[in-house]
Design a protein around this ligand. Structure first.
Ligand code: ASP
Ligand code: MG
Length: 469
């Protein structure tokens, strides 16, 4: 089998973890698989790169930041490559070059005081470029030939800095030309997650948490048989175990369930990960590098549908409900169009929408970070309607959460909504807004942030999700 294995930040967070990741890759190769590794930055490194860039752009550049990063990575080389002076020297040389580049970029920022998304990508992607040479050397030290490759050589992307999208055809050509000969020789390429490059070679990133997406893009580009996402939990669970202690791992879910769950707050997978894999019907496994014997969760077409309908319950906190209301809105066309034009112009992401058929109120949910600028833009764009009293109010409700019940078999199963709402009623929870898409795979509701955990537990219990179906 050709397997793309991705290791997340905690799975490469220390010398010990990198040794374990290398072992998992080498073991799979020893079983006769062809393996491409995709790595995240060591845990917290991306955050500190972004902080360094922000500070530098205010004029503050402290070279100690470079040294801290060097030390954190050098410990790994010292621990894992001690018996191998030549290999260790080569890795330290690579780390040094990459950190020189980082330092120059930050120094430049401290002079010009302007942090563009393009510069931020050039800096924030450094973490993967430091982790890949280490992981590759650790694999080589275990006796399997390996090379570290910057994904800027493989993934061609759009120019949306901070959230670039792959151009799959170009990526397929580049990735197979570079990776296939190595695989044919039995080598294990170690590719940087998170980063890509435009057709002109300018570095981009795929968005925070995007290394999962990288793995799926590479998998689709080289027609991998499976994509394995090694993380620090035993797969996708029926709920967040810190909210619901009896939550359990789902052994199988479908692509659509995986993307609903990733979108609605289950932090296991980046929400775009499923798209490239789904297009090629490549199964995605979510596995725990801290507990590799656990079978984890497999994402596939069928996904072992549950007769109960609902398979998992998630919540997203830190969101804001925007409500536009007024009796004058009835029958007046264009208010919805105007509203969402504004949201789009602000490049804000709508998490949920609801409008009752009385048309007196439309409401939608935004992340707390995006809401303030959308609200001020809405007040300007809808000034005419506000001044005429057609719209009475544009209100924002803070400290709410979205709770979502997800499952493919909710479609066409009568009584699912009734069970959800009676569970909430019995628990005494007030539902502020409701939405069910016509795909029927998801019922989302808005409750106060205070009620979110109780709501999740009530729905989990009502569908007995702690029991296997
Ligand atoms: N290192 C990047 C981040 O922290 C990408 C990833 O880990 O998936 O966002
Ligand atoms: Mg991640």
């Amino acid at each position: 089998m050709l397997i793309v294995m991705k290791f997340g930040g905690t799975s490469v967070g220390s010398a010990e973890r990198i040794a374990q990741a290398a072992q998992l890759a080498v073991d799979a190769a020893a079983q006769g698989h062809q393996v491409v590794v995709v790595t995240s930055a060591m845990s917290k490194v991306t955050d500190s790169l972004i902080n360094a860039a922000r500070l530098a752009s205010t004029g503050e550049w402290n070279p100690a930041r470079r040294q801290e990063l060097f030390d954190r990575h050098k410990v790994v080389a010292d621990t894992l490559l001690d018996g191998d002076a030549a290999r260790k020297a080569a890795v330290l040389e690579a780390l040094g070059q990459r950190l020189d580049r980082f330092e120059k970029l930050c120094f430049g920022l401290s002079m010009v005081h302007e942090l563009t998304p393009r510069l931020l990508d050039a800096i924030s992607g450094t973490g993967e470029m430091l982790a890949a040479p280490l992981l590759s050397a650790a694999i080589a030290a275990k006796g399997r030939a390996s090379e570290s490759i910057d994904a800027t050589e493989l993934i061609v992307s759009t120019e949306q800095f901070g959230g670039a999208e792959p151009l799959m055809e170009e990526t397929r050509v580049k990735a197979s030309a570079r990776l296939n000969p190595m695989l044919a020789r039995g080598e294990i390429p170690v590719v940087t997650g998170f980063i890509a490059a435009t057709a002109d070679g300018v570095m981009t990133t795929l968005g925070r948490g995007g290394s999962d997406y990288s793995a799926s893009i590479v998998g689709a580009a080289i027609d991998a048989h499976e994509v394995w996402i090694w993380t620090d939990v035993d797969g996708v669970m029926t709920a967040n175990p810190s909210e619901v202690p009896e939550a359990r791992t789902l052994s199988e879910i479908s692509y659509s369930e995986a993307s609903e769950l990733a979108y609605y707050g289950a932090k296991v997978l980046h929400y775009k990960t499923i798209i490239p894999a789904f297009r090629k019907r490549i199964p995605v496994r979510i596995l725990n590098s801290f507990n590799p014997k656990h079978p984890g969760t497999c994402v596939s077409v069928e996904g072992n549908p549950s007769v109960r309908g609902v398979k998992a319950v998630t919540s997203i906190r830190g969101v804001i409900l925007v409500a536009i209301s007024g009796t004058g809105m009835q029958g007046i066309p264009g208010i919805v169009a105007k509203t969402f034009d504004v949201v789009a112009a602000q490049q804000a992401n709508v998490l949920m929408i609801s409008q009752a058929s009385s048309e007196n109120n439309i409401c939608f949910v935004l992340s707390a970070a995006e809401a303030p600028r959308v609200l001020s833009a809405l007040r300007v764009a809808l000034e005419f309607e506000l001044s005429r009293g057609l719209i009475e109010e544009i209100a924002a409700e803070q400290q709410v959460a979205i709770v979502a019940a997800v499952g493919d078999k909710m479609r066409g199963t009568p009584g699912v909504a009734a069970t959800v709402f009676s569970a909430l009623g019995i628990a005494g929870i007030n539902v502020i807004a409701i939405s069910q898409g016509s795909s029927e795979r998801n019922i989302s509701l808005v409750v106060t942030e205070r009620d979110a955990a109780t709501a999740v537990r009530a729905i989990h219990a009502a569908f007995q999700l702690e029991k296997t179906s």
